[in-house]
Design a protein around this ligand. Structure first.
Ligand code: ADP
Length: 497
């Protein structure tokens, strides 16, 4: 019993751990993706800025040859009075560098001096390429700059001058490192919330399982009426609760049956035992000669015979119902078997002045049945029919093949059974109270219980129709298929005629 908590705690822990692990991976993935997107957007933004600055530079900067004897030099053309032009030029000139075709510095901003002048090899590489060259450079304090290196052709189209502009990436770096800090700070926070919600939710989800476990612990033979309330959500746990309740219901029915059975047995055995005991005690005190003793012993023996009958019948029935007694099926012609049996009942029927007839409605009714049990089934029905049909009455037994089934009908014109007793006739030890039969003929109330078991064991159905003064009809249908499974309890029904 103590096992319950650790197991559930284990499930809760595992679920929370898996959930948290997935949550962590997802958070890390999302923040990495987000950081990547942010970094490439910032980079694209910086390139755009530099492209715009390059366009401005192209408009404002010319390489002039004046006088035309190889004296090339850069000249800036913009209206210093125009605030728009001068601020655009100032933006471009914040970080720029101009070198002649041999790589010598011609002009450059102060910021560029901090970055260090470009080596002549780099200048020549850019000058010989037709595309702008992008790279990154860091100043003395480690601030990164994005550099766009290209060239401007002189006015007379004879020389190319190396021109590079740059933009600081300090702001982008700051943004990215702030993002990193935020992620590092937020991820554990989000994780904590995730773990807490995961723990609470799994706890809540597993709550009904704990209820089931607790209820199962409380259940014993004396409180099997206990049922778990369903949540009404129709989810898997509701299904579990429903299944659990159905299981208890079946257990309760079985328990009640067993309880009822033992009560019935003790009740049934007590009466003959008391009678025998009384008879023997009286004989012991009052018998005067051998004849008196013999008489007492003979009477007691007949009661003891009844006792052993009860015990034998009970043993058979309990073996049958617990599955210890299995059917010994064999291929046989049911019509022949039953016809022979009806023949054997002609003598007792004549003795009771009852007309007994057999009707074979099909030429053959071959199938796999247990002959001993089928005989027991029909004899029990016939014994009752003869017993409960007054003189001058009629009993008809018919057998008919119906495709994959065979139908056996035992009909009598006897006293019938009152509607209030009819539903109980298949119960063990049940006898209709005012059946009026004299005591020596009184049955054990087990005959129809056997009939019901035999029909169900063959996978068939049984229907009893009766009414007071209207006779009784038992209709049995047995499948011909030898592998038919045992029928459920509701295969045996009763109806008022
Ligand atoms: P028993 O061994 O006492 O006959 P059964 O289980 O065979 O017990 O039958 C239960 C009760 O059903 C009987 O006591 C009887 O009252 C009633 N019963 C069974 N068969 C018939 C019948 N053909 N006609 C009238 N009553 C019947």
């Amino acid at each position: 019993m103590k096992l319950r908590r650790p197991i559930l705690r284990g499930i809760r822990f595992t679920l929370t751990a898996v959930y948290t692990g997935l949550f962590t991976l997802m958070l890390l993935g999302v923040s990495l993706l987000f950081r990547q997107t942010l970094a490439s957007n910032l980079e694209a933004q910086a390139r755009d800025d530099l492209e715009q600055n390059w366009a401005i530079l192209n408009a404002y900067l010319r390489i002039e040859n004046d006088p035309p004897q190889r004296n090339y030099h850069p000249v800036w053309f913009f209206d210093i009075e125009d605030p728009e032009e001068s601020s655009a030029a100032a933006r471009v000139k914040n970080a720029y560098y101009i070198a002649d075709p041999s790589g010598n510095r011609v002009e450059g901003s102060k910021v560029w001096d901090g970055l260090g002048s470009d080596p002549p090899a780099e200048v020549r590489r850019v000058l010989s390429s037709n595309q702008a060259q992008w790279r990154e450079k860091k100043d003395a304090s480690g601030v990164p700059y994005l550099i766009r290196g290209s060239y401007i052709v002189s006015e007379d189209k004879r020389v190319r001058y190396y021109v590079a502009i740059g933009t600081s990436r300090a702001e982008s770096e700051r943004l990215l490192s702030r993002f990193n800090l935020l992620s590092i700070g937020l991820i554990p926070f989000a994780l904590l919330i995730g773990i807490a919600t995961g723990w609470v939710f799994t706890g809540r989800a597993l709550g009904p399982v704990l209820d089931i476990a607790r209820a199962a612990q409380r259940i014993s033979g004396s409180n099997l009426s206990l049922r778990l309330p369903s949540h009404g959500t129709g989810d898997e746990l509701d299904y579990l609760i429903e299944t659990f309740n159905q299981m208890i219901q079946r257990l309760e029915a079985n328990f009640n049956q067993v309880r009822q059975f033992s009560t019935d047995v003790s009740h049934e055995l007590r009466t003959p035992i008391t009678v025998v005991r009384g008879q023997l005690e009286v004989a012991l005190m009052t018998a005067r000669n051998e004849e008196d003793f013999r008489e007492a012993i003979v009477t007691s023996l007949s009661d003891i015979e009844r006792l052993s009958q009860i015990v034998r019948a009970l043993l058979l029935l309990s073996q049958a119902e617990t599955g210890q007694r299995v059917l010994q099926k064999q291929r046989l012609n049911l019509c022949d078997l039953i016809e022979n049996l009806v023949d054997q009942f002609q003598i007792p029927a004549e003795g009771a002045d009852v007309y007994l007839r057999f009707e074979r409605k099909s030429p053959s009714c071959e199938g796999d049945f247990d002959p001993i049990q089928i005989e027991r089934m029909v004899s029990n029905l016939l014994t009752n029919a003869v017993k409960f049909t007054p003189a001058g009455g009629k009993i008809v037994v018919s057998v008919e093949g119906l495709g994959d089934k065979v139908e056996i009908v035992v009909r009598d014109t006897g006293q019938g059974i009152a509607p209030q007793y009819l539903p109980h006739i298949f119960d063990r030890f049940y006898r209709v109270p005012e059946s009026g039969t004299p005591s020596p003929e009184k049955g054990l109330g087990l005959g129809l219980s056997f009939v019901a078991w035999i029909v169900r064991a063959h996978g068939g159905t049984l229907d009893a129709v009766s009414g007071l003064g209207k006779g009784t009809t038992f209709t049995i249908r047995l499948p011909l298929d030898p592998s038919a499974p045992t029928s459920p309890d509701d295969a045996v029904t009763t109806r008022v005629a």
